[in-house]
Design a binder for this molecule. Structure first.
Ligand SMILES: Nc1nc2c(ncn2[C@@H]2O[C@H](COP(=O)(O)OP(=O)(O)O)[C@@H](O)[C@H]2O)c(=O)[nH]1
Ligand SMILES: [Mg+2]
Length: 288
């Protein structure tokens, strides 16, 4: 009897401990779920080589602690076989075709420590064979950062030399915009590689690209870059509004002119993106 009583007591104690543990696990899951809810998912999308990974790397340099040693070493063979030490600038120029998905979490707290938003940014491979992996990431995306290399209007694809890069980007953007799960997802369109674009437009006419064939050059050479940029921007704007239905009215849509290699510009652009997203959140919470 005494033994049974003791055993009983023992098992009671074990149950209590188990219960305490279960409650603690439950509490932690709840806490983490709550914290997760505040993390906004940002997805970098675009075809091959418009600068997604460069933007990703810049964000890392700007708002995270930077690259760790192991990461820097992984770029070394790509940069130069004869360079002894990898430097951060080289990492930005290195072209490593992205396969799979990488992510970082960051908060762009500025000098004034104003922003409290926490973002999780995903970078994906853009080539055609990589795109089937995208769909798994589409759930719960608050914002898509779509990168388009506007300088590539005279170039064809890495994976198909008969396909113009801008035409591929146009079709891809249309497809992304139509995704049901992006109905309420905001779109930040980065018209990237502006540095190359501005040098190119006076040499290679924009209308070599089928989508831009109605382009009329500016009357003076001085105005040409702005004129060409505005034309391209308008084309993308029109494309966006052609693909918007009444389901998409809550969406925020912005276009930014970017050069992903220019860190100061990426920082400035991201602050604007952050500001826009912060406003949208306040608005949705009924605070604006
Ligand atoms: N000149 C210039 N080069 C860029 C710019 N953005 C990216 N690149 C370069 O373009 C190549 C492709 O960029 P990457 O970020 O890998 O493209 P992704 O395929 O979209 O990830 C790399 O060599 C980059 O250094 C830009 O704005 N200007
Ligand atoms: Mg990439």
């Amino acid at each position: 009897m005494g033994l049974r009583c003791c055993r009983h007591k023992h098992s009671n104690q074990a149950t209590t401990e188990e219960n305490t543990q279960a409650a603690e696990i439950e509490r932690r899951i709840e806490q983490e779920t709550k914290a997760e809810k505040h993390i906004q998912k940002l997805l970098l999308l675009g075809a091959g080589e418009p600068g997604k990974s460069t933007i990703f790397k810049q964000i890392k340099l700007l708002f995270q602690t930077g690259f760790d040693e192991r990461e820097l070493q992984s770029y070394t063979p790509v940069i130069h076989a004869n360079v002894y030490q990898t430097i951060k600038e080289d990492v930005l120029h290195a072209r490593v075709r992205t396969t799979g998905v990488v992510e970082i979490q960051f908060s762009p707290v500025g000098e004034n420590k104003k922003s409290g938003e926490v973002y999780r940014l995903f970078d994906v491979g853009g080539q055609r064979n990589e795109r089937r992996k995208w769909i798994h990431l589409f759930e719960g995306v608050r914002t898509v950062i779509f990168c388009a290399a506007i300088s590539e209007y005279d170039r064809t694809l890495f994976e198909d030399e008969n396909k113009n890069r801008i035409m591929e980007t146009k079709e891809l953007l249309e497809w992304v915009l139509k995704q049901k799960c992006f109905e309420k997802t905001s779109f930040m369109l980065f018209l990237n590689k502006f540095d190359i674009f501005e040098k190119k437009v006076s040499k290679v006419p924009l209308n070599v690209c089928e989508w831009f064939k109605d382009y009329q050059p500016a009357s003076t050479r001085k105005q040409e870059v702005e004129h060409a940029y505005e034309f391209v921007k308008k084309k993308f704007e029109e494309l966006y509004y052609q693909n918007v239905t009444c389901d998409h009215q809550d969406r925020v849509f912005k276009i930014y002119r970017t050069t992903a290699l220019d860190q100061k510009l990426v920082k400035k652009t991201f602050k604007l993106v952050d500001e826009t997203l912060r406003r949208r959140n306040l608005f949705e919470a009924g605070l604006l």
